[in-house]
Write a new protein. Sequence first.
Length: 287
Amino acid sequence: MAEILQRDGTWTFDGDTLRLTPGRDKSVGLLRRTLGELAVPLDALAGISFEQGRKSGRLRLRLRDGADPLLQVTGGRLTDGDDPYQLSVDADRYGVAEYVVDEIRNALLLEQVPAHAVGAYLLPGPVVPLSVSAGDGTASFDGEHVRLEWNWKTEDAKAAAGPRKLALADIAAVEWQPSAGLENGCLRFTVRGAPTKAPAKYDPNSVELWGFRKDPLMALVAAAVQARLPHPSSAAEAPAPRLPAAGGGDDHDALLRRLRELGELHRSGVLTDEEFTLAKQAVLKRM
């Protein structure tokens, strides 16, 4: 058992799971406090590092690409205070932090955990139902439907259509963008068959964010939806382009190249055994 307790939070590793519990210090962001304790399985970890400073240091976890829906939607845009995979360490606890690093690295080596991307989420995402009010509206998600309701700050043309209820099956993608500089952020849902380039201010499937305290909580709604959408790696399952029926050397070579590509994706871990088998069968049928 390896454990480090700090004002910023507590990390505990039992050899199989790393538990991340946020602290109560004022530096802990609202997103971390709302998210609560995270249980990160060893298989989801790609690495860990510890950076020392004069007064304090920082532990950083690196997860395997595609392992966590929260990281998928935030894309490295969370602040240090809101990032659950960072921990501020006081100078007098540097030795403990290094011990935690050694224990996790040794476990990764012992279990031979690969660092490449995964083909399915290894963390479940935020618990539902949840509801967040920020910017020009409130976003709620119960696991099956997203509901968007507007407030007095919503653009009239957008509010005139009334509340929106989107079925999960109709959502093709979800996006969270924090505000940056003079640019407002958004929580945007892309609905199948109805793509739009309208600014979030006018898009009835978006909540516009202005950089206020609760904005990061909209990332939790985005992550909860993302966890229930097809995994990004499923794009690799797309069937090969339809080739002319007439048999020819070029057609055969193209199919063979496709089989080699699928094999490489399978060996690298992008495709699971089941996904690889289905995609391979689709190509073989064309041959």
